[in-house]
Design a protein around this ligand. Structure first.
Ligand code: FSX
Length: 312
């Protein structure tokens, strides 16, 4: 199914001009690490590519990931996201409920076996045979083991699905684990608590344009978004010498209070593109607002990075 001009017309009806749309495409192209010559191709993919079927499963989490993806950044990014994919199952936003909702999941899996993209947020409780999390009478553990092997690819959105995250923090009474830990299968991970929705859109557009998922690092994260540390991109870096960063926390800038390392900033060990893409329509991000990075997109978050306000 294609929608061509239809997407732009629908956006216009909501007051989003072609200029706004192209501005977003320019930002998205840069986020994806592509040159500006790809802007029109990105716009074309958003407006014309066939919509892949998508199943979105919510496991043990706070719903911050879905809120981040569907509600906050760019007032109309939710429309765009729902326009470029065919969301066949998402418990929070789908109209059917109860048995009809479960039938939608079953029908999508049967009709599109091996062809649908699975998005998962939240980690999987495994204690007591998965009894700490159930949906429609099945444990989350059962659902994940059933659905993941049938998908074309699994995208873990958020640190919980990617690496265990907050539900897996000590003492982890539910024995929460990541999707790849419980299935033994590789996943594409878009960590962050919450993650930035533009990295999900960039991953999907990469698939629409090139027919494959983007290149990943050794932790399953798209390199276009997680290729550099927060520190390397941080406007508060303490000190430069001969073009190279020198960890001099007694520098004038650090003394003025610019660098947040001494109050626990985990920017030097955290990979993410927050400084470039920011949150809330590009308004700000934690370090800009004066708060140290807490390492939320890294494996081992939360335990590995606490106490947050102590430098490691
Ligand atoms: Fe986890 Fe997401 Fe943090 Fe919350 O779905 S990554 S707790 S923002 O909601 O999973």
């Amino acid at each position: 199914m294609t929608h061509g001009k239809g997407l732009e017309e629908r956006l216009e009806r909501q007051g989003i001009s072609r200029r706004d749309f192209m501005k977003f495409c320019t930002a998205l192209t840069a986020t994806m690490g592509l040159s500006s010559s790809f802007v029109t191709k990105v716009a074309h993919a958003l407006a014309n590519a066939p919509r892949p079927p998508v199943v979105w499963l919510a496991m043990a989490e706070c719903t911050g990931c879905a809120e981040s993806a569907l509600r906050i950044s760019y007032p109309w990014i939710d429309e765009l996201l729902l326009d470029i994919i065919s969301m066949d199952y998402h418990e929070t936003i789908m109209a059917p409920s109860g048995a009809a909702a479960e039938k939608s999941l079953h029908d999508c899996m049967t009709k599109n076996a091996g062809k649908f993209i699975l998005i998962v947020d939240g980690s999987i409780p495994t204690a007591q045979n998965g009894a700490y999390g159930t949906v429609g009478g099945k444990t989350m553990l059962q659902i994940i083991k059933e659905v993941v092997p049938k998908a074309l690819a699994t995208i873990c959105i958020g640190t919980c699905a990617s690496y265990g995250g907050l539900p897996a923090a000590a003492p982890n009474p539910t024995e929460a684990k990541s999707v790849s830990e419980v299935t033994g299968l590789k996943t594409l991970n878009i960590p962050g608590c919450p993650p930035n929705p533009i990295n999900l859109v960039g991953t999907i557009v990469n698939y629409l344009m090139f027919g494959k998922l983007p290149a990943l690092d050794d932790k399953g994260r798209p390199l276009f978004a997680y290729g550099k540390t927060i520190h390397d991109q941080c406007p508060r870096r303490a000190h430069f010498e001969n073009g190279e960063f020198v960890t001099d926390f007694n520098s004038e800038e650090a003394r003025k209070g610019f660098c947040l390392y001494q109050v626990g900033c985990k920017g030097p060990e955290t990979y993410n593109n927050c400084p470039e893409v920011k949150f809330n329509d590009g308004t700000s991000w934690p370090i800009q607002a004066g708060h140290p990075c807490i390492g939320c997109s890294e494996p081992g978050f939360w335990d590995k990075f606490t106490p947050f306000y102590k430098s490691s």
